[in-house]
Design a binder for this molecule. Structure first.
Ligand SMILES: [Fe+2]
Ligand SMILES: [Fe+2]
Length: 219
């Protein structure tokens, strides 16, 4: 399920919310619960996808892009974890999400898939999700969605930087990224993905910069 498909699923929510005998719906936040479940699943799928894209980039010798996918994948994992924790607090069973089947293309193709996915999540998935859950007023859920939304904007912009030079100069760009990727750090609270740790606080979630974790570059 990609983010666009997930949105279509979410549009059926008012119908589901009207079913009174489902325990998950009886906590006062039926729309929020359904939205977070979908978002958690989507984030985990993207996490798995980026992990595979990173491995592919490594095989193809693009270590800088492999590193980027590792960092992005780790941010998506944090978003899924945030959604899962809120669901658990709402007494919703949080089952592990298995790695789904998906296509892994060449690194150039994978970057395009990632760029489209990030753009869709920034422009459609997260703003609509937020709109949908706003009336239930679950503050933590709305905050977690905003964190994910902000992070996806960073991811989208970073990939666009790369694509601006592709496909004509893909080899040169990929090599250039390898040369000057620097390091990646991911905020463990919100998923903020940066090359230099901002101080004294994470600008997205406002927690202390000590929450940033260095992502190990692939070797
Ligand atoms: Fe992302
Ligand atoms: Fe943060």
């Amino acid at each position: 399920m990609n983010r666009r498909h997930a949105l279509r699923t979410l549009s059926a929510l008012p119908l589901l919310a009207a079913v009174p005998w489902r325990s998950a719906w009886s906590n006062g936040y039926p729309t929020t619960v359904a939205a977070l479940r979908t978002a958690r699943e989507v984030e985990m799928r993207v996490h798995y996808r980026y992990t595979a894209f990173g491995q592919k980039a490594r095989q193809e010798g693009y270590l800088g892009i492999a590193y980027l996918f590792a960092a992005f994948g780790s941010a998506e994992f944090i978003h899924a974890g945030n959604f899962g924790r809120i669901l658990a607090r709402l007494n919703v069973e949080v089952a592990p999400i298995q790695r789904p089947e998906f296509q892994v293309g060449t690194t150039r193709e994978n970057l395009l898939v990632a760029a489209n996915g990030e753009a869709d999540s920034v422009e459609n998935f997260y703003p609509r999700l937020l709109e949908r859950i706003a009336h239930e007023g679950h503050d933590d859920a709305m905050t977690a969605v905003r964190f994910a939304w902000e992070t996806e904007k960073q991811h989208r912009d970073k990939i666009r930087q790369i694509q601006r030079w592709s496909p004509a100069f893909f080899e040169q760009v990929a090599t250039e990224i390898d040369r000057r990727s620097g390091q990646y750090f991911v905020c463990q609270v919100c998923g903020n993905t940066v090359n230099v740790v901002p101080t004294p606080r994470c600008p997205v979630c406002k927690t202390a910069s000590t929450h940033f974790r260095h992502i190990e570059p692939p070797t």
